[in-house]
Design a protein around this ligand. Structure first.
Ligand SMILES: NC(=O)c1ccc[n+]([C@@H]2O[C@H](COP(=O)([O-])OP(=O)(O)OC[C@H]3O[C@@H](n4cnc5c(N)ncnc54)[C@H](OP(=O)(O)O)[C@@H]3O)[C@@H](O)[C@H]2O)c1
Length: 246
């Protein structure tokens, strides 16, 4: 029996992309998985069915993470179904690229509300409700280090997530709860690929010395490490999973 057995992991933004790969991986690791999504119910339900067909346990939970009441309800649903939550993976996020000059108010507000407020909303619930011995894994981006043009607002929301990560790891003192962040580099999902030319994608894929894009499974492997027993001594850190781009 895996030491993750009987533990419950809530993964936000798990209907597709990196979040879906994380949900599948954590289910394979033995966790019961709550598959959160915003709008894509069919994808989330198909993923739960796939996990169950492979012998895992999972449940969908719709919630826009930017809505505090919806986030509270989602934690309540997870607790009602499975008795509690042990691991929170704050993967849900959006990216709207623009120079600072051209970023309009809606662009700024939406990225703040999903990436920063959404992460805060789930962290606040987790701080009060996670079972002792739990794990929190937030999502940043390697662009916080790379500081590429047009990523200003997006990277700023993720820099704030890194700060919340370090401070919450201290606030969890004596509860054996670790709080870390994973900061992927360019990874082949809708978020990265949408709106980019093939030429730009190829150029960005070669920026790291392994000369390829990350896959959602590459990132899920880092989350699996931090969520599982081998990651237990890592706390308050940012793990840049990016093939060496920075
Ligand atoms: N891909 C990259 O290159 C890259 C690099 C660095 C960091 N990251 C970070 O990695 C995380 C995952 O990104 P991804 O590339 O997998 O993105 P993606 O393919 O666009 O998937 C985004 C996921 O987040 C969900 N979501 C979006 N807004 C939400 C909200 N308000 N409430 C709840 N769920 C919401 C979506 O749900 P629906 O399907 O229901 O819309 C979807 O499941 C993000 O935090 C992103 O910033 C990605």
């Amino acid at each position: 029996m895996s030491s993750n057995e009987n533990k419950v992991a809530l993964v936000t933004g798990a209907s597709r992309g990196i979040g879906a790969a994380i949900a599948e991986r954590l289910a394979r690791d033995g966790f019961t998985v709550v598959v959160n999504y915003a709008g894509n119910a069919a994808l989330a339900e198909a993923l739960v069915e796939k996990i169950e067909q492979s012998g895992g346990r999972a449940l969908t939970a719709q919630a826009d993470v930017s809505d505090p009441a919806a986030v509270r309800r989602m934690f309540g649903a997870a607790e009602a179904a499975f008795g509690g939550v042990d691991v929170l993976v704050n993967n849900a996020g959006i990216m709207q690229l623009s120079s600072i000059a051209d970023a309009d108010d809606a662009n700024f507000d939406r990225q703040i509300s999903v990436n920063l407020k959404g992460t805060f909303n789930t962290l606040r619930e987790a701080a009060k409700r996670l079972r002792n011995g739990g794990r929190v894994i937030n999502f940043s981006t390697s662009v916080v280090g790379l500081k590429l043009e047009n990523y200003g607002v997006y990277a700023a929301t993720k820099a704030a997530v890194e700060t919340l990560t370090a401070i919450m790891s201290k606030e969890m003192r004596a509860r054996e709860i670790t709080v870390n962040a994973v900061a992927p580099g360019p990874t082949a999902t809708d978020l990265f690929l949408d709106g980019k030319s093939d030429e730009l994608i190829a150029r960005m894929a070669k920026m790291n010395p392994l000369e390829r894009l990350g896959t959602p499974e590459d990132i899920a492997a880092s989350v699996s490490f931090l969520a599982g027993p081998d990651g237990g001594w890592i706390n308050g850190q940012v793990l840049r999973a990016n093939g060496g781009i920075i």
